[in-house]
Every structure is written in C-alpha cells, then in structure tokens.
Design a protein around this ligand. Sequence first.
Ligand SMILES: [Fe+2]
Length: 534
Amino acid sequence: MTPHLSSPDPAARRHLLKLALASAGTLWLPRGAFAQRRLAFDPFGLGVASGSPAPDGVVLWTRLVAPGLMDSLGTEPVPVRWEVAEDEAFARIARRGETLATPDLAFSVHAEVPGLAPDRWYFYRFIAGGVASPVGRTRTLPAPDAAVSRLRLAYASCQRWEHGYYGAYRHMREEGVDLVLFLGDYIYEYPNATAAVRNFPTLANVITLADYRDRHALHRSDPLLQAMHAACPWILTWDDHEVQNDYAGGLPGDGRPFGLNNTADFQARRNAAYQAFYEHMPLRAADFVRAAAGGSLVHEVKLARRYRFGRLADLVMLDSRQWRDAQVCGDPSHRSGLVDPATCAALDDPARTLLGPAQEAWFDGAMAQAGGGWTVIGQQTLFGRRDNLHGPGERVWNDGWDGYVAARRRLTDSLQRHRVRSPVFLGGDVHENWVGHVKADYARPDSPSVGVEFCGTSITSRSARGATTASRLPENPHFIFAEGTRRGYGICEFTPQGLTTTLRVLDDATRPDPRVETLATFAVQAGRPVVERR
Ligand SMILES: [Fe+2]
C-alpha cells in the first residue's frame, strides 16, 4: 500500500513539514493577553481568511492547528473569540462573538458576522487559547441598489504546491483589489510531481479525509497565500483537483490510484474531499450539506451563488464539477481526452449537462434578474470552443464546455433571451491565458458575439503546451489572444463605462521571489460584447 500523509509516524511528518516551511519566515502580528484557557503554542499556523461577502456581513475563517500543522489538536472543542473592527488597532469594535472549534470539522472556524455596514473595509482577528491570530482585512458588498463607481478584482486558479512558489500572491497583494476570485484547483491530489520545485517527500495520492485535510494544510501553509487571504475577501469555486483529476459528478476521474476506482469508493473519497474543502474555505455553514441519498451519505457543497456589487456588476459563480454528466467519446479507461466532434454525436446531446438541471434553471433565473450593469460569470474553465488540431479536422477537449455543447448553448441562449447587457466570463483550468468573444453559436463563425471571455493562466501549475499555445489562434478566430508559457493572474477593473483587464505574469514561478510584468491589457465597453487589445 502506498503511504499517505495520514499514515502513522506523525513525528516524521511534522519534521518534513518544518523542513518545507523552513524558509517561510513569519507573518504573525503582535498579540495581547486574553483571558481564556491558554495554549502553549500558536494555533493559527494556517492563517486567516474571509469570504462569502454580503452587504451586511461576511464569513471569517480560520482553522486551529498544532505546531506541526498536521498533528492532532486532541478531542476537546476549543472556544474561539472573533472581533471585527473599523480600525487596524481594534479601538473601534464593530462586532464580536464566540464560537467553538470542534474536532469533527478539524477545528475549523466559520464565523458568520452579521450587522456590518455595506461597502466598507473592516479588520478582523481571532483569539484562541490566549493567542491572537494575524489581523485580516475584509470588505462588505455594496447595497444592491447603490451606485458603485469601481470594482477591482483579481482572478486566479491552479496552484499546485510543488510546481512552484506563490510569488504571484506577493504581487497580487500590491494590486489594491477589492476581491479575489479563485476559479479552481486550489489543491492537487497527486503524489509528488516529477522535477518538483518544492519538496514534501511523503506526498502520495490523497484519498481519506485526513489526507485531504493534510493536503489543504500543506497548500495553506504558504505565507504568501496566507497574506493574500488576509488582504481581502475571496470568492471561490472549485474544479476537479480538489477531489480527483477529471471526475464527473458522482463518477471517478482518471482512476488514480489504480485499484481504487469504483463508484462506491469514489463517493467516500468525494465526501472526504468536499468536507475538507468546506473546512478550509470561508463558506457558510449552510453551504456544506451532509445528505442521505439511497442509504448512503452524499456530501454537497453549495458554491453556485450570485453576488451583487450595487448597480455596477453582478457576479454569478458556477460549479461545473459537482453535478455534471459523464464525459463522452474519450479514452475508455477514464473517459476524458481530445475527441473528434465529427464522430461523436453525443457531444451535442441535449440531455447532457455540465451544471446539472437545477443549477441551469437557477442560472437562467439569475440572468432574468440581471441588472443593467456587468454580468460576471465566474466558472472553472475555458468557455469558448477550441479546436486543438492543426490543419483539417478538429479535436476538442471533452472535459470542458466543448464536451457539453448543448449545455453551453443553453447558457448563451439564456444570455440572449434575457438581453443580458455586458456578460464577462472568467475561467481557469487550462494553465494558459485565453481572451476572446463568446459566440451565440460556435459552429457559425459569423454568429453574433454575446459576451467576452478571459480564461486565466495558473498561479504555479505547469502548462502542457507552453510556447505552441498561440499557434491554435488562427483556427479559433473568436479568440484574439493566447499565451501559455507564463504563470500569473488577471486583474479586472469594472466601471459603469468599461472593463479593463490586465494579464499579469511572472518571469519565473519556480523561484521564490519572481518579478511580475504586464503581458497584455484589454478593454471592453459596457453594453458592447467586443474585447480589444490596448
Ligand atoms: Fe489545474
């Protein structure tokens, strides 16, 4: 049997993690004395975060951990106080409360703070065992009817820990964003990468709840990632690697590790992954549902949600993993792959869905209520059709929207039916930057553009294509830009008049302190589905 992070010998694991963290430095801020049962160590080794913002509140997150991050904190619940203040010195407290961190949810804390004022920054911290956490900064949403002059957000995805360093977040923190949109692959479930940049020698396939907790802790141990979480709220969705490569709804993906690939085993694995995801993200308690279905336990995490930034923008977050139908026409061993649409009629089968019927209906309802501002659709992957075969014939990737053509058409039909004024799709997954037009019908090049799309590169995860990425542009003319060698993130700045998107890329994500530069800048006018390079 392959050893896992959760296997015995905690002393060895602790030692290894300390090695991994040896150059991490410290971000902890000064702390006072608090009257609680004292802990002999700092339990905030995974940092703090906020998310799920509303006009009157936000979710504050932390998870208490032992010094080795992956060791047990015992079986007794730990009381945790939280404070939200208008100032960084915590002189003007806006709200405070107390909750219990319990072992059944890995001592995670999801404090749902009510009663805050709309559209303003706050500072927050936790206190547990007499120890204060680092201070985080968060922001509430504007009131739904407010006139908002600007929204500045960063979008990011795909941060395989051992593929590089999180220098992207050091630079993102200097961009002055209101919000981070994370679009999937927050962790990777694989064993250690070949030619790993960062080494954690016991990385094995992630399978059990303890495994998923440890893998989240490893990614979250990075001080630059922690600092970006502490800088502003994050809104997240996930892709496949939070569970398993190319999984589809209740079906396992590529079968790794082989021998653990039947549906019943996969349901237990998915439950574990979903629980660990909830435990490590600033989600509301109601977003994590443990439901009995047909005699077995099926965990659900609710990520599809609409956030309103006053009258300036609606953000609609989608989940294209949890409810999807199986991929078709791919490799028989694990379904996904490049397929020829000329020989795969099932790609167009209207009965197949990527979001699931309930989420599709919800999306259509959200489009019916779209205001006159921007409609930002945050989802996992490239939205537009992409032929990956040079010359005659076509090959499309069946694990993304190209594998669910009728489902994609229902989304663009919904945009048109409700005359959604300024749709902007943001995505990740492909580890390359792609920028283009969303077409009413990708099979007809002359069909109208109904929106624009920015699919972002990875924070660290390697690109398979690299330098040949742009060579696919001529056969996919609805895209105007593609680049695959650079890691980084995107910045979107929305105003009532226009959107400016800046692709920010690193010189080398395999170095701890990379430089950042602008790869390209794009402009979109409100109400006009045309993206132009500046
Ligand atoms: Fe990825």
